[in-house]
Design a protein around this ligand. Structure first.
Ligand code: PXP
Length: 249
């Protein structure tokens, strides 16, 4: 049975839209754990567009499941990972102008530099996963790089038309099998939703799915009515007078 890693970047996205303090992804991670998350995933991007350094430090202290840090393979990020000691690092490609991580890492073309980052992290007890497209050549490069895990990019499957979806699913099933036969452990994620997750969760050998956007979207949907109810009650029945003393009524 696959486990669930909940990506909470989108909670930080809402906070950063106003550069304020709410919603705070740190207590939200606890809520996700109470809901059954097997792990919490955050992406500390070079441009700090959502998750901040402070979030990582606090989450390292408070997450009781596993903390998976997605990051680019840069010197700055490696130093941060060594200091914060997440339970796993997932190396992802990063481009400033992208809306979200768009493609998998090209491990083949940067195997030597990635190997050195992977070696540094793994020799400090931080297992490394590589976010890659479900492509045999990339998986072979992952194996050569010394990484122990891969996260298969499910974006193409998630965006496929109903006509193309069986083919993209077959590719993910095959890639999971290929990776495992190379001794790699397999996670997957990106673009998974309540509608399309089940065939991926049922792939034999799939260990963890990392899912973010759809869960945060659903939380807004199931929580909005209650949030409005609470605000309406305060607006219609204020318990403080205009000078912030207690209301007499
Ligand atoms: N896995 C990786 C490597 C990602 O970059 C992301 C997006 O941050 C996810 C999983 C989760 O994707 P989504 O938010 O579409 O569920």
């Amino acid at each position: 049975m696959a486990s669930l890693g909940v990506n909470i970047d989108h909670i930080a996205n809402v906070r950063q839209a106003r550069r304020t303090v709410e919603p705070d992804p740190v207590p939200m991670a606890l809520m996700a754990e109470l809901g059954g998350a097997d792990g919490i995933t955050i992406h500390l991007r070079e441009d700090r567009r959502h998750i901040q350094d402070r979030d990582l430090t606090l989450l390292r202290q408070t997450v009781r499941t596993r903390l998976n840090l997605e990051m680019a393979a840069t010197k700055e990020m490696v130093e941060i990972a060594l200091r914060e000691q997440p339970d796993m690092v997932t190396l992802v490609p990063e481009r400033r102008e992208e809306v979200t991580t768009e493609g998998g890492l090209d491990v083949r073309s940067q195997c030597t530099s990635l190997s050195s980052v992977i070696d540094t992290l793994q020799s400090n007890d931080i297992p490394v996963s590589l976010f890659v497209d479900p492509d045999r050549n990339q998986l072979e490069a992952c194996q050569q790089s010394g990484a122990r895990w891969v996260e298969l990019h499910t974006g193409r499957y998630a965006q496929a038309s109903w006509r193309e979806q069986p083919m993209t699913l077959a590719r993910l099933i095959e890639a999971t099998d290929q990776a495992r036969s190379m001794g790699l452990r397999v996670n997957a994620g990106h673009g998974l939703t309540y509608q399309n997750v089940e065939p991926i969760a049922a792939i034999p050998g799939m260990e963890e799915l990392n899912i973010g956007h759809t869960i945060v979207a659903r939380a807004l949907s199931v929580g909005l009515q209650e949030a409005v109810r609470e605000m309406k009650s305060l607006v219609q029945n204020p318990r403080r007078d205009p000078l912030f003393g207690s209301s007499s009524s």
